[in-house]
Design a protein around this ligand. Structure first.
Ligand code: AMP
Length: 272
C-alpha cells in the first residue's frame, strides 16, 4: 500500500521501524528494510526525492523515479507500507529549516552548500510524520549519518538510530542509484574507488603518514577521477584528523564524467 498524504499516515500501534529513501531502490536499500523487519513489528519505507537537498546545478530533475517498481521491491523485502508524498505535500510553502552544527561544515557540506539543511529538515519532518521507534540509515552516506545522529541528540528526537553497512557490487563499487548514470567505460573504472580505500586503510593501519593519502589521491586522479576530497577524518565530528583512532574513517567524493560518487571506510570495523 502506498500512502501519499500526510493526513493518511496511521499513528503507530506497535514497534515501527522506518527507512527513508529517495527511491530507485537497490539491494543497499533493501538491506535496511530487512534490518528493520527483523527488529520491529512494522516497517515503513518513504520514497521522496527531496528538492531541498539538491543544489541548483544538481540532478533533482533527472533523479530516477519508479514508484511502482520501488513499492514492489520494498514490500518484497518486508515493508508494510510506503509513504510517498509529493513535493507540494511536504513543502506547501517556503519551509523552516533545521541546521545542524559542526558536522555539516566539511566535505559534503562544503562541496554541496545547503545540502545537509535539506537533509536534516526532510528527515525531521519524516520522523514527525511517521513517528518511528527506530530509523535505519546506510553507512554509505557517512556524513549524513553523522548529521542525523547529531540532530537526534541535539534536538532530543525520541527514536533509536541504526547504521547499516554499505552494500557493494561484486567488484566493490558501493551500490547507489547514481551508478545508473555511469557509461560502460566509467562503470569499469568506478571500482577503483573501493580498491584505493582498502589499500589506504591498510597502509594507515600499518602506520603510514599523510603521504599515503597523497598517493591515494594521485591514483584516483591519474585514472580519470576529479576529486572533491579524499581524507582521513573523525566520523563523530566529521573534521579532518591525523589520528588513526577508534572513530577514524576515510571518505572520498569523486566525479567520473558527470557522475559524482561517494564512498568511505572505517579504519576499524564496528567503530560506528
Ligand atoms: P538514498 O535513497 O540514496 O537517499 O538512500 C536511502 C538510504 O539508503 C540512506 O540511508 C543511504 O545511506 C542508504 N544506502 C544507499 N546506498 C546504500 C548501500 N550501498 N548500502 C547500504 N545502504 C545504502
Amino acid at each position: 500500500m502506498v500512502i501519499r498524504r500526510i493526513e493518511d499516515v496511521p499513528a503507530p500501534t506497535k514497534s515501527r521501524g522506518f527507512v527513508p529513501t529517495m527511491g530507485a531502490l537497490h539491494e543497499g536499500h533493501l538491506s535496511l528494510i530487512r534490518a528493520s523487519k527483523r527488529e520491529n513489528e512494522e516497517t515503513v519505507v518513504s520514497v521522496f526525492v527531496n528538492p531541498t537537498q539538491f543544489g541548483p546545478n544538481e540532478d533533482f530533475a533527472k533523479y530516477p523515479r519508479m514508484l511502482e517498481r520501488d513499492t514492489e521491491l520494498a514490500i518484497g523485502a518486508g515493508a508494510d507500507w510506503i509513504f510517498a508524498p509529493t513535493p507540494e505535500e511536504m513543502y506547501p510553502r517556503k519551509t523552516t529549516f533545521v541546521r545542524v552544527s559542526e558536522v555539516t561544515e566539511t566535505y559534503e557540506g562544503a562541496s554541496r552548500p545547503g545540502h545537509f539543511d535539506g537533509v536534516a529538515t526532510v528527515v525531521l519532518k519524516l520522523f514527525n510524520i511517521v513517528r518511528p521507534h527506530r530509523a535505519y540509515f546506510g553507512q554509505k552516506d557517512l556524513q549524513q549519518c553523522a548529521v542525523i545522529r547529531r540532530m537526534v541528540e541535539d534536538l532530543n528526537v525520541p527514536l533509536k538510530l541504526s547504521i547499516e553497512p554499505t552494500l557493494r557490487e561484486a567488484d566493490g563499487l558501493a551500490m547507489s542509484s547514481r551508478n545508473a548514470y555511469l557509461s560502460p567505460q566509467e562503470r569499469a573504472t568506478a571500482p577503483l574507488i573501493y580498491a584505493t580505500l582498502i589499500e589506504l586503510r591498510d597502509r594507515l593501519r600499518d602506520g603510514a603518514d599523510s603521504a599515503a593519502l597523497e598517493d591515494a589521491r594521485r591514483r584516483l586522479s591519474d585514472s580519470g577521477f576529479v576529486l572533491d576530497y579524499l581524507d582521513l577524518l573523525d566520523s563523530g565530528t566529521m573534521q579532518p584528523t591525523k589520528e588513526v583512532g577508534e572513530r577514524a574513517a576515510i571518505a572520498v567524493a569523486a566525479r567520473l564524467g558527470s557522475t559524482r560518487l561517494i564512498d568511505n571506510l572505517l579504519l576499524y570495523p564496528n567503530a560506528f
